[in-house]
Design a protein around this ligand. Sequence first.
Ligand code: ISL
Length: 576
Amino acid sequence: GGVAPWWTTAVVYQIYPRSFADSNGDGVGDLGGIRQHLDHLADLGVDVIWLSPVYPSPQHDNGYDISDYQNIEPLFGTLDEFDALLAEVHERGMRLVMDLVVNHTSDEHPWFVESKSSPDNPKRDWYWWRDARGGHQPGEPGAEPTNWRSFFSGPSWQLDEATGQYYLHLFAVQQPDLNWENPDVRAAVYAMMNWWLDRGVDGFRMDVINFISKHLDLPEAPVAPGETLADGAPFFISGPRIHEFLHEMNEKVFAGRDAQFITVGEMPGVTIDDARQFTDPQSAEIDMVFQFEHVGLDHGPGGKFDPQPLDLVALKHSLARWQEGLGTVGWNSLYLDNHDQPRLVSRFGDDGEYRYESATLWATALHLHRGTPYIYQGEEIGMTNVPFESISDYRDVETLNHYLEATGERGASAESVMPGIRSSSRDNARTPVQWNDGPQAGFTTGEPWIGVNPNYLEVNAERDRASERSVFRFYQRLIELRHTSDLVALGTFELLEAAHPTLYAFTRTLGDEKLLVVANVSGEPLELWPLTDGAGTLLAPWAGDEPHLLIANLPASAAAPDAGTLAPWEARVYRL
Ligand code: ISL
């Protein structure tokens, strides 16, 4: 193929607006707050900002429940302010990508209000309305049209008393699923996307976009013993028409525009084969996908709220398979956290003694893979999980529903449920960004909508930026490396020492250039023995005369006698 697309050298930064910065003292982050901190992002060096939803919304799921696709939530600002923000982003040479949430709307969206009003309404078929299960009265336990469990607890069907029918909601009750089988729905979505592109935005991150094609017969899912609800995912993940829909979207929205966009589909449960097809330029669907395999590896038998320790071998194996699977065709996105995941340094690193080291180790490992790296707000200063005491500190609908279900119908004690919530709640990622050591970490002059992490005196952007050695400074260097090195952007990936429990080692190769990453994923020193690559070539640059260290998270011990030992959480990248 021809020239590599522009986003092969780009780094994306995700903003979760509620929690980023508050400019008007109401305790909720807003567009004004983003405008005040654009230089933080420009200094970091990122190319693209992905903005989580800023549209009018009842905020049951912090904006992922949209009631008007073509306006701005008053809590966050106005359309005029949005235009100003977009211009300021562009002035700094960055791009702005919007969140596209079209698997579902809010139940307060006029489309749904109309749809719900009567079975004869022309928009009835814009959503998934079904009768009660045969032989059941509407509202009876078990009368839901299928046994699918919602992602946010309970059944994924809600009864509308007035018409006696149920509607499908894979997420919260207030998030009814749109019916993409209806061509009018698709046309309305494409028109809305075109309206934003005409306004100047640079692309979309597409929320659960591989859920939009469902199996029309809505089959029952196999139920585990003792359960009544089951996982319906096989019947809506990458369903029968998914490639057709995404190709059609591409044609109706992006084809014929010559600006430089980026499209990334969020795709829980996506397989490598599907991802390759979604991102193969020949398919003309989307540029890249967020896959979920690597962030599910530490989920225990009880799911995400039953976390298990990191299995590094499994993680390396998983990421390597994706590197290889999308190696020659398609493209990977690279992420280790976002607004739905716990904080990276708390989950996979050590957020105590080795916070700087482990945060920068994981940054090194991720940013040296082949793909487009995503940084989630606060990750660039090593923000950690939050030590909330009680359930009343939490705000997230998923967390609160889980707590109610576990302590209610499942009869668990609060003490047994809280540890899983503390380590896995999405609110870990949603506490206010810690800008400085002032009141409320500089996030707001008012009362924040969710508590500030008490470690803000230690962990904050002002301090990190001023320091010679900090997580922020290190991310700057990693981003610079991607911008200046074709090898980092495009080199092929080869995993080394796949079975080693604490060493993360791989090479990247482009033509006759090669680099080696070695990282010690542990709090103990690690002796590096000679590594060999797949061709049997010995790799031991630390033992050579003039090792060329591209980047490292600790002061170079390259020439010292102990150069063959990695300190706890040390990561080095050598040019070979
Ligand atoms: O975080 C999850 C629950 O553990 C995921 O299942 C998550 O719900 C899934 O990745 C889809 O996420 C996206 O759509 C949701 C929204 O709540 C998330 O914030 C969003 O990223 C519904 O719109």
